[in-house]
Design a protein around this ligand. Structure first.
Ligand SMILES: Cc1cc2nc3c(=O)[nH]c(=O)nc-3n(C[C@H](O)[C@H](O)[C@H](O)COP(=O)(O)O)c2cc1C
Length: 176
């Protein structure tokens, strides 16, 4: 195996953090995280993503009402996506997901933490759009709280590599 690079430490350290210290997040950090999202792959390079950086405590307090993961966060990135098709079909959900993961990893690389909040956004979808002034033709795909974690949660149960990996064909057990 070649020597592991820091990237894999970031991947392993990333956890969904829902409890944050109150210290503010510098705007440069938030912009760097958004820039990482923007670097993510995009089907047909359609680039239908936009972002709202939220640092206003009044707006954060209102976001906190839609998810416990947003309650203590000093900042958040709201990811927007235009639900448009490319000439090869619709890829906007995939574009949105790729960007969110890039942002979560970027946050960890910069010493912060986040959480992919999408389920609870769906539960309060109309209220979220109204509170952020999001126009009807743009979807809110997820909100990522950003801050310093109070603690890094324990790694939840996940399958092992052996549980989910096949070699050369479905059910293939080894490389020969
Ligand atoms: C599509 C998607 C939606 C999610 N929605 C929420 C959510 O609404 N609220 C929340 O607290 N966590 C949400 N999560 C975070 C998951 O609960 C979390 O990733 C999972 O429990 C695994 O933990 P880990 O991220 O620490 O590995 C979501 C994750 C994904 C991928």
């Amino acid at each position: 195996m070649p020597k592991q690079v820091a990237f894999f430490d970031v991947v392993k350290r990333r956890r969904s953090v829902r409890d944050f210290l109150p210290e503010p997040v510098p705007i440069e950090v938030l912009q760097s995280i958004v820039a990482a999202g923007l670097e993510a792959p995009s089907g047909c390079n359609a680039q239908f993503r936009q972002y709202i950086i939220v640092t206003d405590p009044a707006v954060m307090a209102r976001l906190g009402e839609i998810s416990p993961a947003l309650k203590t966060a000093p900042a958040a990135i709201v990811q927007l996506i235009e639900p448009k098709a490319t000439r090869y079909g619709e890829f906007y959900l995939q574009d949105a997901a790729a960007s969110i993961e890039n942002m979560l990893l970027a946050a960890v690389a910069l010493g912060y933490a986040g959480c992919w909040v999408e389920g609870q956004v769906r539960q309060s979808y109309e209220a979220v759009c109204k509170m952020l002034g999001v126009p009807a033709e743009v979807n809110v795909s997820a909100i990522v709280p950003i801050g310093k974690p109070v603690e890094i949660p324990e790694r939840p149960a996940k399958p092992t590599l052996a549980d989910v990996t096949h070699y050369n064909r479905f059910g293939g057990k080894g490389l020969r």
